[in-house]
Design a protein around this ligand. Structure first.
Ligand SMILES: Cc1cc2nc3c(=O)[nH]c(=O)nc-3n(C[C@H](O)[C@H](O)[C@H](O)COP(=O)(O)OP(=O)(O)OC[C@H]3O[C@@H](n4cnc5c(N)ncnc54)[C@H](O)[C@@H]3O)c2cc1C
Length: 498
């Protein structure tokens, strides 16, 4: 193979393009938007700079590895600082909890509750760490192309040792009794858009990864990763085609031969698709006969992650310092979660997340001012659709009221000088996220590992997929890993063909 087309300059597509170009292929990267990054995007207005999507840098070594793979110094492209304390959690009726990846500080937080709870918490961490090492070796860093890649004694034994059948909240509850601690270890399943009361318990590895490896901040914000990957791709000689939507992936006799752009056929030896998998099935391979089990009916009926409502607020004053990341739990968290995933309504008392990037990097707001990023989990579009201007304004006002009531931003409505908003509709329209589900297909057991769409397409040769809706799943480091797996699959086929 020589010429490879990559579809989508989200972080997965960018990562795949960089790797393939470095390996000597002639790579053409197509992106529908003018700006790279996909959901990892940026708004710049009136001197304020906001990340649109991801903000929490976990597993920094995965971010750095792609630069070292290309013989570059990661520090030159994505300089990082560790965030300390990591996170503060707020509860309506109870005192807040401050979390640190410094063991001494963490122990102080836990012992302030009780020594017994501290013991349970550490016991939980040891247990999930063991399961994480198994998952990393057998599932996260492996792709599954055929039945026997999964149904072999080694994988099945590893699967059993993961003990993944419990939900996250119940599995944590065996170790700790304090409800705040339970929530502190459970809510992170929302980072991948799944309910803590339904998610496979294995995903409680997320808070463990935060605590053991720390949370980091990239200078300039998360968007620095997108622009740095784009820069690296250009330095390596990659071909960039931005503001150029791909119209079709062309498959003839079960072999992918190229793409259609502006009504014209563009030939390629292979295609790597980083656009959302369900969208790509439905829209980029319009002939259902060419995509095996992925009929339009099946795609529409699959289980999708929740979505997000976001406000980006430029404020003409600086507020008292607090943590970079903070979470405000709804009084009735269980009801809040049921509203998102089962009832399909906007939560009446939503939990929300605040992010204050200008605390870490002053260049992200004008002098003496500050930018506030507000994220509220909401249902995806098959469950709730009314994002009319009136409904959006109503929800926005409700959130501003909650922020005033519960955080240091107690007069925020008098100080907003710049405002932007993203609803699930924007994620659907701008980045072709199916149902606007910000984390793609929901990582239920029935949609994980072998059962998640594969990195190598099952129904046509020379077609590979990366990104949130395929194996191993959502989140920046995980989609970077999916790009690595898709590239490894392509190379395996290329070597076998030679
Ligand atoms: C609000 C929010 C907060 C998040 N927070 C975190 C976090 O703190 N930490 C973390 O690790 N992860 C976080 N995530 C998840 C993370 O952002 C995603 O998992 C990751 O960015 C997905 O990247 P991707 O490349 O798979 O998909 P995308 O970013 O969706 O990329 C797909 C790209 O394909 C392009 N495209 C689509 N169709 C076409 C076409 N026909 N032709 C050409 N191009 C096309 C799109 O425009 C887009 O650029 C968050 C996500 C959101 C939305």
């Amino acid at each position: 193979m020589e010429k490879i087309v990559v579809i989508g300059a989200g972080v997965a597509g960018l990562s795949a393009a960089v790797r393939l170009q470095k390996l000597g292929y002639n790579v053409h990267l197509y992106e529908k938007e003018t700006q790279v990054g996909g959901k990892m995007n940026q708004i710049k207005q009136k001197g304020f700079t906001f990340d649109i999507g991801p903000t929490i840098v976990m597993m920094p070594e995965i971010y750095q590895e792609i630069f070292t793979f290309c013989k570059r110094d990661p520090e030159e492209y994505i300089p990082m600082k560790k965030v300390e304390p990591m996170l503060e959690l707020f509860f309506r009726e109870d005192a807040p909890l401050l979390f640190s990846s410094d063991l001494t500080e963490l122990t102080k937080t836990l012992e302030a509750i009780s020594e017994e709870e501290a013991q349970g918490y550490f016991h939980f961490l040891a247990d999930i760490y063991k399961r994480y090492t198994i998952a990393k070796k057998h599932f996260i860093t492996q792709s599954f192309r055929g039945f026997w890649d999964f149904y072999n004694p080694k994988s099945l034994y590893a699967g059993l040792r993961l003990r993944t059948f419990n939900d996250a909240y119940s599995s944590i509850s065996k170790f700790v009794k304090d409800d705040r601690l339970r929530k502190s270890l459970a809510f992170q399943t929302l980072y991948i858009g799944v309910s803590p009361y339904q998610s496979p318990s294995l995903y409680t590895m997320i808070p463990m990864i935060e605590l053991f490896y720390g949370i980091h901040f990239i200078k300039g914000g998360m968007y620095t990763l997108a622009t740095s990957l784009d820069r690296l791709f250009a330095e390596l000689g990659g071909n960039r085609h931005y503001a150029t939507p791909v119209e079709e992936i062309v498959i003839e006799n079960k072999v992918t031969t190229g793409i259609k752009v502006n009504g014209e056929f563009v030939a390629a030896d292979a295609v790597v698709c980083g656009a959302d998998f369900p969208y790509a099935m439905e829209k980029l391979i319009p002939d259902e006969n060419k995509r095996g089990k992925y009929s339009n009916k099946k795609i529409a009926a699959m289980d999708y992650s929740c979505s997000c409502f976001l406000l980006y607020l430029g404020l003409d004053k600086k507020y008292p310092e607090s943590t970079l990341h903070s979470i405000y739990f709804a009084d009735d968290f269980k009801k809040n979660i049921d509203d998102l995933f089962d009832n399909g309504v906007l939560p009446s008392d939503p939990s929300f997340y605040l992010y204050r990037p200008s605390l870490m990097d002053e260049t992200l707001a004008p002098k003496g001012q500050e930018g506030l990023y507000v994220l509220v989990p909401v249902p995806e579009l098959s469950k709730y659709q009314d994002w009319s201007p009136k409904a959006t304004k109503g929800f926005r006002d409700q959130i501003i009221h909650l922020i005033k009531e519960r955080s240091v931003f107690n007069d925020i409505d008098e100080h907003i000088v710049m405002e932007a908003c993203y609803t699930p509709k924007e994620f659907e329209r701008k980045f072709n996220a199916y149902y606007g589900a910000t984390f793609g297909l929901k990582p239920t057991l029935a949609q994980s590992n072998y059962y998640r769409p594969h990195n190598k397409f099952d129904y046509a040769d020379r077609l590979y997929f990366c990104g949130s809706s395929v194996h191993p799943g959502a989140g920046v480091p995980i989609v970077m890993q999916s790009a690595k797996l898709a590239v490894e699959e392509l190379i395996r086929d290329d070597n076998e063909a030679n």
